[in-house]
Ligand binder design. Structure first.
Ligand SMILES: N[C@@H](CCC(=O)N[C@@H](CS)C(=O)NCC(=O)O)C(=O)O
Length: 215
């Protein structure tokens, strides 16, 4: 299956960066269409993407929203069983990681991200600075984020550098953008060694760097 790929994207969208990371890992080119964060979203985009959210992927006749669904689609399209295993035990591990991160951990990192990166800077650029942030919001955000990352640390297998061990899976593509961005937040990962090791491994991954992570 080889439709023309079009990715509706934003340089500071962590969810779009997940998809760009996987596209680079797969060696696939996609036309990138910029969608500004500012509301109202371009009329044409709302017609394509009911939620108005970023990203959205057009793959020939297939249109697909929701970043994790796009990751699964691309791995299946390219028959990359290593990235999204079909073997039930291995698939269970990847799906658990995808849902735990997206539904439990990531949402609890947002208040701190908002307080430090989004609320004080240009909303299109995540360029806020800690010194301009509301100290009370930062304090609340740090405790909520740390609690969430402690859950993640307990989930992570010991020893492995990535969620897939030596090779990445789509769960790594899902986690990498927001985990990478935590380096800009007042979070100390010294007591979360597996999380710190995962962050370093993914932040240095050639396909992640090729995906042009920004702010
Ligand atoms: N669950 C959606 C979330 C998408 C999402 O929240 N995208 C953000 C950018 S990372 C967005 O569209 N922000 C603008 C907005 O929320 O209006 C996914 O995984 O794709």
């Amino acid at each position: 299956m080889s439709g023309r790929l079009v990715l509706y994207d934003h340089p500071h969208s962590s969810n779009a960066l997940k998809v760009r990371f996987l596209l680079c890992e797969l060696g696939l080119d996609a036309e990138r269409v910029h969608v500004p964060f500012a509301e109202p979203r371009p009329a044409g985009y709302r017609a394509l993407q009911p939620s108005g959210r970023i990203p959205l992927l057009i793959d020939g006749d297939v249109k697909i929203g929701e970043s994790n669904a796009i990751l699964r689609h691309l791995a299946r399209r390219e028959r990359r069983d290593d990235l999204h295993p079909s073997d039930p035990p291995a698939a269970a591990r990847v799906d658990w990681a995808l849902d735990l991160w997206s539904q439990e951990v990531r949402p609890q990192l947002l208040p701190l991200e908002d307080a430090v990166l989004w609320d004080t800077g240009d909303p299109e650029a995540a360029d806020g600075r800690l010194e301009d942030a509301d100290p009370a919001a930062v304090e609340r955000g740090v405790s909520e984020a740390t609690a969430a990352l402690q859950v993640w640390e307990a989930f992570l297998p010991g020893g492995d550098t990535t969620l897939g061990g030596e090779r990445i899976t789509i769960a790594d593509c899902c986690v990498a953008p927001v985990l990478w961005r935590t380096a800009r937040l007042p979070l100390d990962l010294a007591s979360l060694p597996r999380t710190a090791r995962l962050r370093d491994a993914l932040a240095g991954h050639p396909a992640f760097l090729a995906a042009e992570p920004a702010g």
